[in-house]
Design a protein around this ligand. Sequence first.
Ligand code: NOJ
Length: 551
Amino acid sequence: MQKQEAWWKGAVIYQLIPRSFADGNADGIGDLQGLANRLGYLRWLGVDAIWLTPLYPSPLEDGGYDITDFKDIHPELGDLASFHRFLTAAHDQGIKVILDLVLNHTSVLHPWFQRARWAKKGSQERDVYVWNDDENRYCDAPVLFRKFESSNWEWDEVAQQYYFHRFLRHQPDLNYENSWVQDQMLEVIDFWIERGVDGFRLDAVPFLFESEGSRCEGLPETHAFLKKVRQRVDSHSRDILLLAEAIQPINEAASYLDDKELHGAFNFVLTAHLFAAVANGECKQLRLCLEKSQQAVSGSRWALPLRNHDELWLGDGHLIPVGIIQTIRDGLHQGHGHWLNWGINRRLAPLLNGDLRANRLLNALLYSLPGMPCIYYGDELGMGDWPGLRDRDPNRTPMAWTSVRNGGFSSAPDPLLVLPPITSPGYDYRVVNVEVQKQLPGSLLNWHRRMLTCRRLLPALRHGDFKLLESSHPSVIVYSRTCETMTVLVAANFSAAGSSLRLDLSKWKGKRTREVLWGCEYPTADKDWFIYLPSYGFSWWLIGEVDDSIR
Ligand code: NOJ
C-alpha cells in the first residue's frame, strides 16, 4: 500500500496567542473556550493547522515561555478538560493542533528550580539546572535578550551560585547533561501526544547543551537529544510534526532536519530576504537565498513565517549579512525606531507602511513557495500594533473580530483586557476587523481566503517541485512549481514601479497558459513570452490543460 503523505507537508499553519485571540468567559483574557468558539472562522479562512503559543501555567514574564508545569493548562486559559474539548472541536473541523514546547528552560517558579536552589550544591536536585560559582563560563554564548539582560548568568542568593539562562533571568536553562531532565521532557512529549496533539513547535532548540569555547548553539549533544525526541514521537503510531525554532543561518537550521531528527524548521533567513527585496526592489539576494534553502534540504521541510509574536529577527550579521540588515532598516517603515533586541518589533502591515500591494505580494510568495506557510493571527486583516507597549507586546494585542467594544474580543471592562485593542489611525478595530472585511469583496481577508482556496486547488503549490527561472528584470522573481498533474508558474515584482519582461517558456512551448487568480487566458507558452506586472504585482499561471474548475 502506498504510504500517505505526512499531514504537515505543505500545510498552512495559523499561529495564534490564546490569551489574545478570543475571550470565552468575559474576564478580559483570551482562552480555550473563546478559541473553540472561533474555529469556524479558521475553517472558513482555510488553514490546515493552528500553532498555539504556550498555554501552560506560567507567571508570564516571557509571554508563557516561562513555564511552571509542562503538563497542565494556565488557569486563565482553561484546564485539561477544556483543552480536550477544544482539541476535539478542532479535529472535528479538520484542523490540526500544534503546541509550543519549551525544552530549553523553565520559569524560576517551576518546582524543579525551587527545589534545585535549596538543594545541596552538587546534589541530583541542584543538577537539574546549569550552575556555576562564577559567571565566567560559556562566555562565547551571546546574550539573546540584550535589551533586558547583560549576562547569561544570574546570582541566586539561596543557592549561593550563579545559574545560566540564555533568555530572561526568569528562565533558567535546564541541564540536559542530566538524564533525569531528558527523561522528564520526553515524558512531557508523551503526555501531550496521548492527549491528541498533532505536533510541536520546539522552542529555541539550538540551546539545549552548553560547551566551553562555543556559542553553545547546535552542539552534537543537542542533536543527539533531538534524535531521542524523534524516536519517542515515532514510537506513537501517529504522524506528529516536530518543527524547530532555530534562528540560525540556513545550513545550521537545516542541520536539525533529517529522517532521524526533526521534520521541519522555520526559515527565518528567507523571511528576512523577502523583506529586503521589498525594501530595495531587488531579487538577487532572495534568489540566492532560495537556491541555498533548496540545496540545504527539501523545500517541504521549511516553515515560512512573514511575522510572528517576536520581533522580525535580523541579528548582527550572524544570520544575514550586515548590508541586508541595513537595507531592511532603511527601507522599511520606521525600521530604526522599532529596533528591539536583534530586529524590528512591528506587525506586518505597519512594517510595510500600510502598503496593501506589498502586503499581498509577500503573502503571494508565502503561499506559493515550497513548505509550510505560517500566518500570524490578525495579519490576514492587516491588523496594526501598539508601539508603546513593553517588550514584544506591541504585536500581541487582541484579535479584531467586530466593530463593537474591544473589537468583539471580550465583553470585559477595558481595564481587565489582556492588552489594549488597536485604535490607532488606519488600523482602528472599528474598521479593521473580521466582520467588516468579510463583507467587503476586495478586503485583504477575502483576498487571503481566495488565495488559500486557489492553493488548495493547486497541488503543485502544496507539494510540487520548485524551480527558479531566469528573469530578465532585477526586480522580478520567477519560479515554477510542478507536480504530477500540473505546473504553476509564478512571477512577482518587488519594484514599486511596474515592470515588463520577457520570459523564456520554450520548455512548455505551445501549451495553454492561464492566469489562476483572475482566470484570464494568456498567449500559449513560447520562447518569447512577454508579461507586465504592476507595482508590487504578481501572477500565478497554470501551464497546460487542467480542470476548468480552477478559476
Ligand atoms: C523563542 C520564542 O519565540 C520567544 O517568544 C521566547 O521569548 C524565547 N524563545 C524564549 O523561550
